[in-house]
Design a binder for this molecule. Sequence first.
Ligand code: AHR
Length: 492
Amino acid sequence: MSRIIVHAEHLLNKISKNIYGHFSEHLGHCIYGGIYVGEESEIANVNGIRTDVVEALRHIRVPVLRWPGGCFADEYHWKDGIGPKRKRKKMVNSNWGGLVEDNSFGTHEFLELCRQVGCEPYINGNLGSGTVREMSEWVEYLTFPGRSPLTRLRMRNGREQPWKVKFFGIGNESWGGGGNMRPEYYSDLFRRYQTYLKDFGGNKLFKIASGPNEEDYRWTDTVMKLAGPYMDAIALHYYTVPGDFNNVKGSALDFTEAEYYTTLKKALKMERLIEKHTQIMDRYDPSHRVALIVDEWGTWYDAEPGANPQFLFQQNSMRDALVAALTLNIFNRHSDRVRMANIAQMVNVLQSVILTEGKKMVLTPTYCIYDLFQAHQDAALIDSDVQTKEVGTQGALIPQISVSASRNEAGELNLTIVNTSLDETDLAECRILGWEAGRVTASILTDDSHAYNSFASPDTVKIRAFDRLTVKKGEITAEIPPCSVVRIKTAC
Ligand code: AHR
């Protein structure tokens, strides 16, 4: 039995909806096939963008989308991706399979995707192999409202008005594939490049620095010290790999009980990373002006048997749903500093919310978590405490129950509860301080940890109504089944 205490009368900061953001890269079939099929395709599309995928993304209210990479961003030259498609310069995508990229999905197509999905764009500029001029001209092309040679070019390419582009990243993983830089060198480059990224008209850029990999605390310390005042955010990357990243990572569907708990334990490491990087940021930025954003996170397994290993295509099971739910609960609880997160990647790559195969589309268990958790978007965080026991296997013991709570503008209180145990139901007693018993509704995602949605059976794992709870004044008692995520909603 676990005890959850929710301080409903004590509202904290807003949980930015951008925590529910996504990431799309020119990698495998994320963009081509997964999102963009071209106007001539037999697959239903609007301006070349898949209608089924857009509808699914609108349903979970994707707030922000990062593009064009990842590693790809640091070899992407934006001018190759504008103008008539047949004239666009081709390039080799050297990071992801050495394929020839035809640049048919470029700036205009990405911003059209954001328009259709109803989300904000987050563009990641090329610091690794691009120039200051190239990056600064991209911002001018995108956002300058007046007439200049570049904006005339934009108009000739079909876009009269400037776009609104707030989120702009300066390099990706600059400690590694983005240039193998030292933090001192990166800090100087960041200061230099950001100088030439201007705010035009009413567009105000939010400048994002390439942040640390996992536990690289020296990176955060140095970049905050040397470039902190010039940035709006620093981006942490952390992937959950059950095995060894450089050897056998582990299979997406074929895993043991021990591997299940190890995966969840590794996902929970996110909390420690956020706390430690935040402590360092607090030294230089005690007012929390600079956001910590986690613009790449999620599970990373060995590619599916038979799939091109460079395309990073992996299936997605209930285990992934639990990783997503645990991680989003962590982000919610740390949302005073974490103000954006982008799961990697939106379609067909790593921990996707959507998988496609030709015309077919599948919504993954991770998608269902984004559906359940959308209630937290832009709601006020509420303090919650949990007393729970540990479950798991030797070497991988984890708390059985994880929680986050929020209250939205409509006065609704939402509680998302994860039961990580593979075999034990938890009788969770939730005391909600400052709450009179009212109408309570609940939904659940639960199944065997290996369950997944395939193209042949797309509705195996899905959200259902949940009624195994009793309500009395100030308290809800719920029987939370093993391997499940429950969302409880009530007026407050
Ligand atoms: O998401 C896949 C890759 O992982 C990204 O391109 C890179 O930034 C990270 O190493």
